[in-house]
Design a protein around this ligand. Structure first.
Ligand code: FES
Ligand code: FES
Length: 159
């Protein structure tokens, strides 16, 4: 692995755009997305890997951006909630009230978007297990699971 001794410029592909940004070796991906790139959809919660509020997609898979260094994302594709505009999961969360206060919502949206991609067929058990990595302090889990089921129907064109 390359040794870094100070601020260094990295290149990220974020929501379909190439972004160059100066980071310190200790900067988390979460901090860089929010404070350097202005993408505040990813939320700081526990900053310890437990809550999932900071979830983003890295090369299509959900990661907790509070646990990842920005330099580790160099050259990789990052999707934040700002990149999920007009997707079935966004529509379903709105239509089926998959949120209450909304603090956990961006993390759930990204995790659920990846779930729909990996498991397009309905399977309640898989949904439950997949979504376990995210916490909702408002305990809105039933609404979230309902929204995920509906998003599959929207994606399949049956609604
Ligand atoms: S803020 Fe990253 S898992 Fe809680
Ligand atoms: S909607 Fe409030 S924390 Fe989940």
């Amino acid at each position: 692995m390359k040794r870094l001794h100070g601020p260094t410029e990295i290149r990220l592909f974020v929501n379909g755009e190439t972004r160059r940004v100066l980071v310190r070796p200790s900067d988390t991906l979460l901090r860089v997305l929010r404070e350097r790139l202005g993408l505040t959809g990813a939320k700081p919660g526990c900053e310890n890997g437990d809550c999932g509020a900071c979830t983003v997609l890295l090369d299509g898979f959900p990661v907790k951006s509070c646990l990842m260094l920005a330099v580790e994302a160099e050259g990789r594709e990052v999707v934040t909630v700002e990149g999920l505009k007009d997707t079935p999961i966004q529509k379903a969360f709105i239509d089926f009230q998959g949120f209450q206060c909304g603090y956990c919502t961006s993390g759930f949206l990204l995790n659920a978007h990846a779930l729909l991609t990996e498991h397009p067929e309905q399977d309640d058990e898989t949904d439950r297990e997949w979504l376990e990595s995210n916490l909702c302090r408002c305990t809105g889990y039933e609404g979230i699971r309902r929204a995920v089921r509906e998003a599959r129907r929207i994606a399949a064109g049956t609604r």
